[in-house]
Design a protein around this ligand. Sequence first.
Ligand SMILES: [Zn+2]
Length: 343
Amino acid sequence: MPLRDIIGQPRAVERLLVALRRHRLAHGYLFAGAEGTGRERAALALAQAVLCERQIDGDACGECGACRRVAAQTHPDLQLVLSEAELVRRGIGKPEGSARPSIEIRVEAVRELCRRLHLRTYEGAGRVGIVVGAHRLRVEAANALLKTLEEPAADTLLILIAPNPRAVLDTLRSRCQIVRFVPLVASVIAELLMTQHGVERVAARAAAERAEGSLARALELCQGDVGERIAAGRDYWAAAAAGHAGMLLDLAAELGRDRERALAHVDELARMIRGELRRAAQDGHRIRIDALARAHGAIVEADAAIRGNTQPQLALEALAFRLQPLLTWEPAAATAAFPDDRS
Ligand SMILES: [Zn+2]
């Protein structure tokens, strides 16, 4: 996909296109932003623009042999480096032995990348290396990359991808140009879900609104049942607001039977609380902000408990008892429920 076709990141795309047109591309870039904001697609698009045989105004044509090989990730002058865990997650690698796949990028993989970046190009246009998850580079691996960034071979481009610049070691970050990827707006996510992933409109909109700017997150939500999540979240909220403890316990029993469902429910509640927090902040409603912030804390703890060893139903029940007084919008009740932690 050429850069011009990347949706939702106009500033990042324009900056790269300008550099391409002026032949002023840096040797090292750090694409920083949350997962699902298009960082990797943009990195591949930039690789395509560099390696394309018939560039159009600096950008890739999207159709030549080189463009197609980049899109299929089979171009000999393009190399992606990922952690073993990421390879397994994408179904392109198998875990070695019974050990958990490592989330760190192996130093050998980085050394191989650097070696190849210094070789002559196969097709003559240049060489591109992409490191997905550059925040997973340990010092040794980072040092290997550093040499390549400090003394880049001609026509090489190295793109590091990370959730934020601070997550990457200083030595690497300072030698890269940082391109920021902002959270995608919900309408863009909904559009992408419908046009590129065949999700129907209602589900696409519901998932987009809950995805917090990440297409990857939206796709995850679409795999679960978004409708069920929303309904359960609303029921829970209504029961809490009405002070209906029995109903909350029923919901905890129902949703707590399955760990994934319990986690999805907790996630939905957290999202609802964040929405309420934004509204309360706009209204300057301090007591409500205080109660909501504590409700959010309780949800984060429930999430950690469920991910740990706590039985999901127990965690949801405990959460119900903590949330209920906080969500009734009775400041007195909120205060009385937590007399000790208001200091
Ligand atoms: Zn092309």
